[in-house]
Design a protein around this ligand. Structure first.
Ligand SMILES: Cc1cc2nc3c(=O)[nH]c(=O)nc-3n(C[C@H](O)[C@H](O)[C@H](O)COP(=O)(O)OP(=O)(O)OC[C@H]3O[C@@H](n4cnc5c(N)ncnc54)[C@H](O)[C@@H]3O)c2cc1C
Length: 409
């Protein structure tokens, strides 16, 4: 039961079982699933419309899940934490849910599922029309400024149209997302609230983010801007085999976004520019058959001309393969298979797809996402210390955590 304390001219008093803060992927799924169980919620959304990040996701096409999603593609202080949610709400559940409401999936690469002949707008529409049908209220332009515990429940304070409103509820769900894309209205509300309540936080940082190169190498990278190379990027924790994109300020593309979530400032990244092949063997073959060919001719089979040209900074690309010395052959091997890059930094929250870190999972029940110290208060989605790889994993976490919270509202 909710009591409107002041300004009941805003939307009128309404009975509801819970307040959800943030109408993004997690909050919307939570509202809809709660509705299926006959529970009424009020969704408070700061932005002018719900699902703003869904709308821009996957280049407007929304990579809404990944067929291979499991707990293994997530970074968290507790790598087992997401298992319960992923058992309660599986990838199959995501696929079936969207199919039921007219969105069939089409796999792009590496299990990434996108709507077939539809787009992100249709994904948001699934939620908004279900909320409409089930009378789940979405109040847009409502920015929550505080939540405080009283003997009667939680007081949620928000402003809408310049007026302040307070609602009281026994159950409050915080799904206000992470820090990426501040110009879209991302806030640190969940983190601020957690600090105020004395909950532990895992240090946050931009993740799935391009990396920058500065200093003497900057120009070399900038000259390659727009070129891609299929490669394997790795550090001492993990490796990813995907495209790398050179940009004016450094490195991007899926392989770099993936490794960025595991990268810390000051660390070096290893790049294998010819994964799955052995350049030394290829050179030996070339020497015995077409030794007059220049190294650049051979490189052009694998790389763009521009990239081959740029490699002349490190390698004798204009030398015939047959004339390469043993030392040059070794240099080529090491440069191609163990190219080392020390990024200066990352492009920050303006360009990051997700936030790493967040509310420490030790503070939450993995089964219900309820805060152990604050019964009736739940956190879901990106504000929790669960960060997925690129490729639909983060939405799978948002849907799954929203679903499990809904089961207990
Ligand atoms: C450019 C881009 C592309 C992406 N593409 C993909 C993709 O294709 N696949 C994938 O899996 N993931 C993708 N992601 C990541 C994905 O969008 C997020 O992981 C996901 O949206 C997180 O869901 P959430 O509900 O936790 O947060 P959000 O979807 O960010 O929702 C949080 C909501 O809370 C609202 N809010 C914040 N503070 C307040 C407040 N104080 N009061 C009221 N409301 C508040 C915000 O306005 C927002 O609507 C992408 C991210 C970006 C930035």
């Amino acid at each position: 039961m909710l009591i409107l304390h002041k300004n009941n001219n805003i939307n009128g008093l309404m009975d509801a079982d819970a307040i959800i803060i943030g109408a993004g992927a997690c909050g919307l799924m939570c509202a809809v699933q709660a509705g299926f169980l006959g529970k009424k919620v009020i969704l408070l959304e700061k932005g002018a419309q719900p699902g703003a990040k869904i709308l821009i996701s996957g280049g407007g096409r929304c990579n809404y899940t990944n067929l291979f999603a499991s707990d293994e593609q997530f970074i968290s202080g507790n790598k087992h934490f997401m298992k319960s949610a992923f058992t309660q709400w599986t990838v199959e559940d995501t696929v079936n849910f969207f199919e039921t409401y007219g969105i069939t999936g089409k796999e792009k690469t590496l299990g990434q599922l996108f709507p077939d002949n539809k787009n992100a707008k249709d994904v948001v529409e699934v939620f908004t029309s279900l909320c409409r049908d089930m009378d789940q209220q979405i109040r847009c332009g409502a920015e929550v400024t505080d939540i405080s515990a009283t003997g009667e429940g939680y007081v949620v304070s928000y402003t809408k149209g310049g007026k302040s409103v307070q609602l009281l509820s026994n159950k409050v769900v915080v799904t206000t997302g992470g820090l990426p894309i501040p110009k879209m209205g991302a806030t640190d509300f969940a983190l601020r609230l957690a600090r105020k309540l004395g909950l532990k936080l895992v240090e946050t940082a931009p993740a799935l983010v391009p990396l920058t190169i500065t200093g003497k190498d900057e120009e070399w990278y900038a000259r390659l801007s727009g070129n891609t190379v299929f490669c394997e990027v790795s550090n001492d924790q993990i490796s990813f085999e995907e495209n790398l994109l050179f940009t004016h300020w450094g490195l991007s593309g899926p392989s770099i976004l993936q490794i960025s979530s595991y990268w810390r400032k000051g660390e070096t990244i290893n790049i294998d520019l010819l994964p799955g092949q052995n350049i030394s063997e290829i050179l030996e073959q070339e020497r015995s058959h077409q030794g007059k060919n220049l190294l650049s001719t051979l490189f052009n089979r694998f790389y763009t001309r521009k990239f081959t040209e740029a490699m002349s900074k490190f390698l004798p690309v204009e030398k015939p393969v047959a004339d390469l010395t043993k030392a040059e052959m070794d240099l080529i091997h090491n440069t191609i298979h163990l190219f080392k890059v020390k990024p200066a930094g990352d492009k920050g929250y303006d360009k990051a797809e997700v936030m790493r870190g967040g509310i420490d999972t030790n503070e939450l029940s993995s089964k219900t996402m309820e805060c152990k110290k604050m019964p009736g208060l739940y956190f879901g989605g990106e504000c929790v210390d669960v960060t997925g790889w690129l490729g639909g994993y983060n939405f799978q976490w948002a849907w799954a955590s929203g679903y499990v919270i809904a089961q207990v509202l």
